[in-house]
Design a protein around this ligand. Structure first.
Ligand code: ATP
Ligand code: MG
Ligand code: MG
Ligand code: MG
Length: 572
């Protein structure tokens, strides 16, 4: 590829709405372009990366014996009504009507349509096992789209669905996918961890999430460094409070005085500057954007003598993401005016954990937004006992591992893949059966397996960047090598060597781009460092006199000189 025939559009500054590094860098590198909230154009530079991710996913799915097909983006509502998910999915699901007033879904996932294909196509046990997958556009009307491709509304997912004759077969299919996912994330060159997860609303009996490890991750992962125990926070098995910690807490509670929390206290505790112009503050603390899915969402709302004019975002180390919002925004999101503290919309009670005691706060509502998981009059304060919750299960770092092999540690992750054992929950709802050896109808045993293809781009950057820009893992870089000639229009020698190397790399199957734009060296180098191409070759008269070219790896601090004749072998 020649740069003059391609499309390169870099920016010095990221737009103001880009909060995290991956979003900023993808915008600056011209990989994506915002069209609307959570909706992006994939620009040529970004699409190359997406295609490389898709190809790795496709190769490993095929290798694991799955077969590719393609299900429609727009799906008739009737399939979703059969399983009850037409109602259950809530506002996350985008619904549209055709000219006759008939209802449709822009697919957020495809269990229903897949189960329909299976019930009409699979007749006999002889056709089993089978695993279908597709790589297709999804739409989820996320409550708060953000972070660019990490939590967008339109995104690309690879979703696969396995069908087996019995639970043992289903578990085998599940294991094949688990292993395929491990290979996929290895080939993507990412540091990742698989953790046990809850099945949530999707139903079934077992599930794992694959997370890319990153400080900015929305999920907390619990693991034991000295064994293979790993779970996400929701699935982590509760363990009793360590005796020393319980004693320390009791000691603390003797010393402080009660009182209502003030904005200043919280601002100081969380190390947030408090603006003088502010009348009322609303502070949302949340572990994850899971309101609709009925999972964990922390909400810390405060009223004070201040008003915050601008929306601020940031991260509290070790706690969760926080964001200031206006009072009207809060009412719009939650239908609740500011004034209470606690995790809402969570089906499990969660312990209110604050490493540093959250000032003194009294009379808040906390717990799940559901009967029997709901507490009023909860108090936080050094002299106020924690709310009495019988079934408190959150895990903190240092707790003993449930397998008895060490203590637990916590790190943050970005969910990039999720595998589920579904069992017969869908086949039962949609009457999807096959005939066994005795000619008797049996329910199909299902599994389903998702990978967030476009989210992987953001996750890879969160793990691989420096002050100059993105550092792509070689397997998914938009180009593997960039050739930067110095003064190609002036020097016949540079021109000849550049063409020769370019053609040699192309012939060797290397994904190379030749920067023939005629930019100044500084601007040219800055662009490719921002874009994150792993190998750079500079061709100039000075080096050529000695028969050398200059090579710089994206992570190298110093360039090295490589003889012209050895460059091809050097790069490969
Ligand atoms: P999350 O917990 O982040 O909302 P999820 O559990 O709802 O994700 P799944 O239903 O398990 O997502 O979908 C499979 C994969 O699709 C996820 O593991 C994730 O990588 C990706 N994904 C889900 N929602 C989004 C989104 N809004 N934007 C980009 N990718 C997404
Ligand atoms: Mg979700
Ligand atoms: Mg999730
Ligand atoms: Mg998931």
């Amino acid at each position: 590829m020649r740069a003059t025939r391609f499309f390169i559009s870099t920016l010095k500054e990221a737009p103001a709405d880009a909060e995290i590094v991956s979003h900023k860098l993808m915008m600056r590198a011209g990989m994506i372009k915002r069209l609307g909230s959570g909706i992006y154009n994939y620009m040529p530079m970004g699409l190359r990366i997406i295609r490389k991710v898709e190809n790795i996913v496709r190769e490993e799915m095929n290798r694991a014996g799955a077969v590719e097909m393609l299900m429609p983006v727009i799906q008739p509502a009737e399939y979703w009504q059969e399983t009850g998910r037409w109602d259950k999915f809530g506002p996350l699901m985008m619904r549209v009507k055709d000219r006759h007033g008939r209802d449709y879904v822009i697919q957020p996932t495809s269990e229903e349509v897949m189960t329909d294909v299976a019930r009409t196509e699979i007749r006999s046990y002889r056709q089993l096992p089978v695993n279908f997958y597709h790589i297709q556009t999804k739409f989820r009307d996320e409550r708060r789209p953000r972070f660019g491709l990490m939590r967008s509304r339109e995104f690309t997912m690879k979703d696969a669905y396995s069908f087996d004759r019995d639970p043992a077969g289903m578990q085998q299919s599940y294991q094949l996918m688990y292993d395929a996912y491990t290979r996929i994330f290895q080939r993507l060159g990412l540091q990742f961890r698989a953790v046990a997860a809850d099945n949530g609303d999707i139903g079934g009996s077992g599930s794992h999430e694959f997370h890319v490890i990153a400080e900015t991750g929305e999920d907390a992962l619990v693991y034991c460094p000295s064994s293979d125990y790993a779970a996400n926070m929701e699935a982590a098995e509760g363990v009793p409070l360590l005796a020393e910690r319980a004693a320390a807490k009791a000691e603390l509670s003797k010393t402080a005085t009660p009182g209502k929390a003030k904005c200043e206290d919280v601002a100081a505790l969380l190390n947030i500057p408090l603006q003088q112009t502010v009348k009322s503050i609303v502070l949302t603390v949340e572990d994850e954007e899971k309101g609709e899915a009925g999972k964990q969402l922390w909400l810390l709302l405060l009223r004070g003598d201040h008003e915050l004019n601008e929306v601020k975002t940031g991260k509290i180390p070790g706690l969760a993401n926080y964001r200031f919002a206006s009072e009207s925004e809060i009412i719009e999101w939650f239908g609740t005016p500011p004034g209470y503290l606690g995790p809402i919309n969570t089906k499990k009670p969660v312990r209110i954990v604050a490493d540093r005691t959250v000032a003194n706060m009294a009379d808040f509502v906390c717990g799940a937004n559901e009967a029997d998981f709901h507490f009023t009059g909860a108090n936080w304060g050094r002299d106020i006992p924690e709310p009495q919750v019988a079934d408190i299960r959150n895990v903190v770092a240092g707790d003993p591992s449930p397998d008895g092999k060490g203590v637990l540690a916590i790190q943050r992750g970005i969910e990039v893949g999720h595998v589920f054992q579904l069992g017969t929950s869908y086949s039962q709802a949609m009457k999807a059966t096959f005939l066994d050896e005795n000619g008797k109808p049996q329910l199909l045993q299902m599994g389903c397996y998702g990978i967030g293809v476009t989210r992987i781009l953001g996750a890879a950057i969160e793990q691989n960047f420096d002050d100059k820009g993105i550092v792509w893992p070689a397997s998914i870089a938009p180009f593997e090598v960039v050739i930067c000639p110095m003064g190609m229009d002036r020097s016949e020698a540079v021109k000849t060597e550049t063409e020769a190397l370019y053609q040699a790399l192309l012939a060797a199957g290397v994904d190379v781009i030749l920067d023939d734009r005629g930019e100044r060296p500084g601007a040219m180098f800055a662009d490719w460092e921002l874009i994150g191409v792993p190998h750079r070759v500079v061709i100039g008269d000075r080096g050529l006199k000695e028969g050398k070219l200059e090579y710089l790896g994206r992570r190298d601090s110093e360039a090295s000189n490589v003889p012209v004749t050895e460059m091809l072998a050097f790069i490969q």
